[in-house]
Structures are given as C-alpha cells and as structure tokens.
Design a protein around this ligand. Structure first.
Ligand code: ZN
Length: 501
C-alpha cells in the first residue's frame, strides 16, 4: 500500500507542477504581459490546462485510488493519508466526467475573454465582449451537463467552489440574511450621510502601497514567500506554499481601494501560507472552499482592518505618511469615513452592511442566465434594474455596471459569487471562536499585534488545507454549523454604535 500511495503522490506532484506553471502564466497575464501576448497566452494556458487534466484523470490514477480506498478506510479518521486519498478521490470523480478537450476549450476561451474585458471595461463597451460571454454561458451550461442529477444548472458550479452547497440552500440562506440586512440598511441610510471627503483627497501611489505593505507585514504575511504587484482586479495566486502572491490596484483619489484590497488579498494569502508544508504538491494544499477562503480575507480586511482599535494604533502612522492630507483629520472622522454605509455601485468598494446585497443580485442573475430566464443581450439592463430595486441607485454606464467584476470574464458563469457572502458570515463566526479562546486578541489589535489571532487561525483553520470540508472545519473550530447570527450581531453592534440605530 505504501508503494501505491507513493506512486499516487508522485503523479499528483506532476499534476500540481503543471497547474502551478499555468498559475504563473495567469499571474503574468494579469500583471506584466503586454497586450500583444494575449492570444498566444490564452493558447498556452489552454494547452497546460489540457495536460494537467489529462494527467490527473489518467486511468492509472483511478486504479491507484480504487486500490487505496479500502486502505484509507482502515486508517484512523484523522490520518493525513486517509484525507489525501479521500480528497483526491472526490476530485477524481468530479474531473473524470469532464473531457480534456472541453477543459482546454474553456481555458482558451476564458483567456481571450479576459483580454477583451480589460479593454471593454474602460471603454464602457459591453457589446464588444457580449458574443464571448454568450459562449461562456454555453460552456457553463455544458459543464453542468457533465453532472446529471442536479436540481439547478448552477449546482455543479456551486459545488465545485463550495462543496456540499447548491442553489436552493444558498437561496434559503441568502433570504434569511436579506431579511436581517434590509431593515438595517434602511435605518442607517435614513441617517444624515457621513462625510468621507478625508479619504477622497489625492494620495500618491508609492506612499499608498508602502503603507499597505507595512500593515500586512505586521499581520504576518510572509514576504520571503510572497510579493505584491499591480493588476486590473486584485487577486491572490499561489505557485507553491513558498510563493503565494497578491495583487492590488491604486486610485490616487481614493485611499481605500488599494489599502483594503491589500488587507483582503493578504488574508487570502496568509491562509495559503499557513497550510502545512508537508501537504505541498498534493490536493490537500489549498483552501477548503471559496466561502472559507473569503472568510479569511474579510476577517483581516474588515473585522480587524476596519475596526476602531486597529485604527487607534495605525491612524497616527497613516497621518505620518500623509501629513498634508490627514494632519488635521481626527481619528473619529477617519474611522467614520472608512466605515461609511451608502448605497453604492461597486461591490469591491461597498461597505460591510450593503456588500451582501451586491453579491445576492449577482447570484440571482447567474441563475437566471443559466436557466434561460435572462438573455445575455438583456444582462446590462437587468443589472441596472436590480441595482435600482435592491440598492436604490443606477450606474450611469456599464463600466460601473455589468462590466465591473472580472469573474464572468475570467471564468465561468455560476458559483462565482456566493462564496463572498458565505465568507462574510463565516468571518464573524471564526472571529468569535478565536476571541472566545483568547479574549486578549481585541486589546492586541489596538497595539498592532496580531500573533495570537494569526496563531489561532493557523492552528484551527490554515494548517489543515483541504483535509476537512468547509462544514467539517466550521463544526470543529466553532462547535456547530455555519450560522448567520454572529455576523448579524457583529454588524448590529458596530454600525448601531456608529449610526445610533
Ligand atoms: Zn476575496
């Protein structure tokens, strides 16, 4: 059995290496590649995606897994080898249904679509990317077709990113959350608006980047195993557990975009950097779900990075970096500015209270596109309609409407957004568990110290990678299933104090 397990690990390492090489190409595509490289890059990434898929779904991998599964059952439930066999088997069952040609076609198409989107968004030109998006929708439906037995076409996509969930369970959860959020949004937005002009002055790029980097160094992001570069839409990517990179974008007329996206992506990256090194090169060396991944980015971005104790420590440092802009601004004014609740157009810049409304409408539009209730040519209008009904505002154009998020233009349609809200819900639940175990965490944040919190997350969440499913992990670390109550309580407490509601 040991020989078979080693043979499996050797094959998985090659699969991992091909996938990681492709991730390097993807990172370069989104950071430094000149536009002339786009067509060949899409083809190269498609070739690597095909080879990765062929290697993983090779019949020999299936035979090894067949032989090893009884052995896994004989191991202690908590065994890493058993987890490796179990997780690899689940992936294999999933990927073997999808033809390699389809994987290559999707990767090629996605690369070309991403390139067109990078120009379509600044040009406010949805029509230029629409035919490509029609094909994305077709590919997304065909993908679901490889998994017969689903309730909704979105289910196979949702299960891929948030295993065990489907459209109907997400819908029910979102309905419950919406009922709690809408009255809170209404109560807050009927108050006089907060003045956030302090963060909307001119902030030079170099100083913005330097400040963000200084904070995530304190957080514990390891620069020996990572770096930051600029991109169109911030993301985190990993080439190995020793090389976990982040990206950001800078607006010189808004301090918050680069800063909070940096804290966000660092949260994703610290999760990956915290995975046990002996999982390297195996399917265990990844975050366990989109929702759990997002819980880590949102925890460091919002629960820590937008908290009052955090800024009691960092605001004097920020004032020292930007004396002209912030020298006369009080901590309270700044704290209110970065937590301003408003009905806004851009999801990634949205405040914590309205953020989930942005996610929910995207989730619904994905379902409507997939099941044919919404035609692609009507998507921009449907987008504006939902913003009008859910948030009470409409974007002046598609640039800040349907073109704003990279997800559909750099991936498939279905399962792209629900993880964002699952992450918000889980961020509060994990943070509650951490502070119950270590009440000193809250004071430490006020001193710019994050060792205890980071250590608890490494111990309870990060190190395990995919060893436990999201629901197993939540059960283990918080003592129960995912619940919206800690998140709602967090929002009510923080914003009740801020807005007197
Ligand atoms: Zn994220």
């Amino acid at each position: 059995m040991e020989a078979k397990l080693n043979a499996l690990k050797a094959r998985l390492l090659e699969v991992n290496d091909l996938g990681s090489a492709n991730a390097v190409l993807g990172w370069d595509q989104a950071t430094y590649m000149p536009p002339g490289g786009a067509e060949a890059r899409a083809r190269q990434m498609s070739t690597l995606a095909r080879l990765t898929h062929e290697k993983f779904t090779d019949a020999a991998v299936g035979h090894l897994l067949d032989d090893l599964r009884p052995y896994a059952d004989s191991l202690p439930a908590d065994s890493d080898d058993a987890a490796l066999i179990r997780v690899t088997w689940r992936d294999y069952q999933r990927f073997v249904r999808v033809p390699s040609d389809f994987v290559a076609e999707t990767a090629n198409h996605t690369g070309l679509t991403y390139d067109v989107w990078t120009r379509a968004r600044p040009a406010n030109d949805f029509e230029s990317v629409r035919p490509l998006l029609e094909k994305t929708l077709d590919l997304s439906r065909r993908f679901s077709g490889f998994f017969p037995g689903y309730e909704h076409l979105a289910d196979p996509h949702i299960d891929l990113s948030d295993e065990g969930m489907k459209a109907s369970t997400v819908r029910a959860l979102f309905g419950e959350l919406r009922n709690a959020l809408v009255p809170l949004v209404q109560a807050i937005t009927s108050q006089p608006p907060v003045d956030n002009s302090a963060v909307l002055q001119r902030y030079p790029e170099a100083e913005q980047l330097a400040f963000g980097l200084s904070v995530i160094r304190d957080y514990g992001y390891d620069f020996e195993r990572g770096r930051q570069d600029k991109t169109h839409h911030p993301f985190m990517t990993k080439f190995s557990l020793g090389d976990v990179r982040i990206t950001t974008r800078v607006q010189e007329n808004d301090l918050t975009d680069a800063l909070f996206s940096t804290l966000h992506e660092a949260g994703h990256a610290m999760y990956e950097q915290g995975i046990r090194r002996d999982y390297e090169g195996t399917p265990l060396a990844d975050g366990t779900s989109a929702g759990v991944h997002e819980s880590q980015s949102r925890l460091w971005e919002n629960i820590v990075g937008r908290s009052r104790p955090f800024w009691e420590h960092y605001f004097p440092k920020l004032q020292a970096a930007f004396p002209q802009q912030l020298g006369d601004v009080s901590l309270e004014t700044f704290y209110r500015a970065i937590n301003k609740v408003q009905r806004s157009l851009i999801r990634t810049d949205a405040d914590e209270v309205t953020y989930n409304l942005h996610v929910m409408l995207r989730f619904d539009l994905e379902l409507d596109l997939l099941d044919g209730k919404l035609e692609m040519r009507h998507l921009p209008d449907a987008w504006h309609d939902r913003y009008r009904s859910d948030l009470g505002i409409t974007a002046p154009d598609d640039r800040d409407g349907v073109l704003q998020d990279v997800h559909w233009y750099g991936g498939t349609i279905g399962g792209a957004f629900q993880g964002d809200t699952l992450g918000n819900i889980l961020s509060a639940q994990f943070y509650d568990a951490a502070t119950q175990a270590h009440p000193a965490i809250k004071d430490e944040i006020g001193q710019g110290k994050f060792d205890t919190l980071h250590g608890w997350l490494r111990e309870n969440v990060y190190q395990h990678g995919r060893k436990y499913t999201a629901s197993e992990l939540v059960e283990r670390t918080t003592g129960g299933p995912m619940r919206i109550e800690p998140y709602i309580a967090y929002l009510r407490m923080k914003y009740g104090e801020l807005y007197n509601v």
